[in-house]
Write a protein that binds this ligand. Structure first.
Ligand SMILES: Nc1ncnc2c1ncn2[C@@H]1O[C@H](COP(=O)(O)OP(=O)(O)O)[C@@H](O)[C@H]1O
Ligand SMILES: CC(C)(COP(=O)(O)O)[C@@H](O)C(=O)NCCC(=O)O
Ligand SMILES: [K+]
Length: 249
């Protein structure tokens, strides 16, 4: 069994797959290293033969987690590193090492699935878009604040915007103009995300007409999927790319 990890700025996404056929044994989303160790340990009869990881966290945090995983489960963790070119995709950044590894792997995964021009919209802590042309050239992309950052900026930099998580969730049953602070903020931020996603689709249409595949991923993908019906929602897109970048026998 292989443990796969996607360490974002807010959450660690993990799953355990069978080494042979990649069927999924279990998985989850956790907000700390401790919670990760606890959840993976709680899987019944799990025997890990290897592990692979993508991380956008600091080198120190990433190394510390790898060490804990090695001590806990006795596995060496393969960590994905930047590349100029991989699996037919050429990194489009001026300095390829600066491109976020989650973006790079999602682009590899998308190109692998699309086998042609593709757009990735990834809605996590940050909202990201990346464009890969039909010949595999990564054209670059965009980074904006995602839902958690938009929310916390408003809460932090205003004096009268305060509400709890439960009312935030209730506010999103509809997107009509808000009649309370929580509704106005939550719905406003979702419309911003939807606008971001739509604009990226329009950019792709300008580049490629209708000859492209758009992918939507990241924890907040459900908030925009109805606004961009032409996208393919692939929650594990980063893991698709991770398997390409870090093959394990
Ligand atoms: N089960 C879940 N646990 C935590 N966040 C979730 C969950 N499902 C959806 N989300 C949403 O996903 C967002 C985080 O997305 P994610 O792609 O994991 O971010 P990152 O990779 O930056 O850590 C949160 O803002 C939250 O709204
Ligand atoms: C843009 C990001 C912060 C997104 O992180 P996430 O929302 O996945 O937690 C990450 O991809 C990153 O640190 N990128 C490096 C900068 C860049 O891609 O240009
Ligand atoms: K991410």
């Amino acid at each position: 069994m292989i443990l796969e990890l996607d360490c974002g700025n807010s959450f660690i996404k993990w799953r355990v797959i069978h080494a042979g056929d990649a069927t999924i044994v279990g998985g989850g989303i956790v907000d700390s290293d401790q919670a990760l160790l606890a959840e993976v340990s709680a899987l019944p009869s799990v025997r890990l033969s290897g592990s692979r990881m993508v991380s956008v966290r600091s080198e120190e945090e990433t190394d510390a987690l790898c060490l804990q995983l090695a001590q806990h489960f006795g596995v060496r963790v393969l960590v994905a590193h930047p590349a100029r070119e991989m699996a037919g995709v050429r990194n489009g950044y001026d300095d390829y090492q600066r491109l976020g590894m989650d973006r790079w792997l999602a682009a590899l995964g998308a190109y692998h699935l699309a086998k042609g021009a593709c757009l990735v919209i990834d809605l996590g802590t940050a909202a990201k878009a990346d464009f890969v042309a039909a010949d595999g050239q990564h054209l670059g992309g965009y980074i904006c604040p995602g839902m958690p950052l938009m929310r916390s900026q408003l809460r932090t930099h205003t004096r009268r915007i305060r509400y709890d998580d439960a009312s935030a969730e209730r506010a999103l049953i509809s997107l009509v103009p808000g009649r309370s602070t929580v509704e106005a903020v939550e719905r406003g931020c979702v419309l911003m995300l939807q606008g971001f996603a739509r604009t990226q689709i329009e950019q792709a249409q300008v580049l490629w007409g209708e000859s492209f595949t758009a992918f939507l991923t990241g924890g907040d993908a459900p908030l925009v999927r109805d606004a961009v019906p032409q996208v393919r929602v692939v929650p594990d897109l980063v893991f698709v790319g991770l398997a390409i970048a870090c093959p394990l026998g």
